[in-house]
Design a protein around this ligand. Structure first.
Ligand code: ADP
Ligand code: MG
Length: 246
């Protein structure tokens, strides 16, 4: 099987009454980018935390590379999942240089690897800089490189651009897409912005009140029959049309 991730009938309730996530099923292939999109409170972060092993499902299961990692009775700890996470508040260590930040999780200091990663994020000349000397977009790239240093099978990004302005957002999104494709890793990208989601993804999951309301490829979304999705697509700026048949 070339599925990196398989999720089956996943439910999560924090209080035993209300469900933050209901009967979620999907899979992700190696090299694939999946966007999870939905309004605030729709269960996006819950889904990510379940995949990362930071939460235990109330029901259902998660497999990584064909291995069961989460069920209501079993949980493989996050550090044993080979998953890389970058959250909204991508805190870099302020007293460490860019190089030191990227190498932080490596057992042996590996200068070649750090230099490759600096190259990958196009920040070769910033190795000795401190986080305070970087722009928001550069900090975000370093946070990504620090995560990639650990060779994750699957990358999880939770609203990584919410602090950036629009021009930077788009540039960084395409940059991340290039990096993920180049490294042949897989990515789940969470956002509340449908345009962001469509631009980066191979496929999408649209969550509404904890339920997978619609899922499919970018093309399937752009041409969806569902009236709510249709309306959202038509509300996107005209320049979203280039995403058709991308
Ligand atoms: P999103 O990331 O889409 O904004 P979340 O997954 O954070 O959504 O939240 C989904 C629902 O679960 C919300 O109703 C939220 O209040 C609830 N929730 C999230 N985390 C917790 C928690 N740790 N304890 C209790 N309820 C939570
Ligand atoms: Mg969230």
């Amino acid at each position: 099987m070339d599925n990196v991730l398989e999720i089956e009938g996943l439910f999560k309730s924090y209080d035993g009454k209300k469900y933050a996530l209901k009967d979620c099923t999907f899979s992700l292939k190696k090299g694939e980018i999946c966007s999870v999109v939905g309004e605030s409170g729709s269960g996006k972060t819950t889904l990510l935390r379940l995949i990362a092993g930071l939460e235990r499902p109330t029901n259902g299961c998660i497999k990584l590379n064909d291995k069961l990692v989460s069920s209501d009775s079993h949980i493989t700890p996050p550090q044993k999942r080979q998953i890389g996470m970058v959250f909204q508040d991508y805190a870099l260590f302020p007293h460490m240089t860019v190089e030191e930040n990227i190498g932080f999780g490596l057992k042996n200091s590996n200068n070649e690897k750090i230099s490759d990663l600096l190259n990958l994020i196009k920040m070769n000349s910033f190795g000795k800089a401190y986080p305070s000397e970087l722009s928001g977009g550069q900090e975000q790239r370093v946070a990504l490189a620090r995560t990639l240093a650990l060779n994750p099978n699957l990358l999880l990004l939770d609203e990584p651009f919410s602090n950036l302005d629009i021009g930077l957002k788009s540039e960084l999104r395409l940059e991340i897409k290039r990096i993920v494709k180049e490294l042949k890793t897989s990515l789940i990208f969470i956002t509340h912005d449908l345009y962001d989601a469509l631009e980066i993804a191979d496929k999408l999951i649209f969550l509404k009140e904890g339920i997978v309301f619609q899922s499919g490829t970018v093309n399937e979304f752009m041409t969806a029959e569902n009236s709510e999705i249709k309306k959202m697509i038509s509300n996107l700026k005209k320049d979203a049309k280039h995403l058709l048949n991308k």
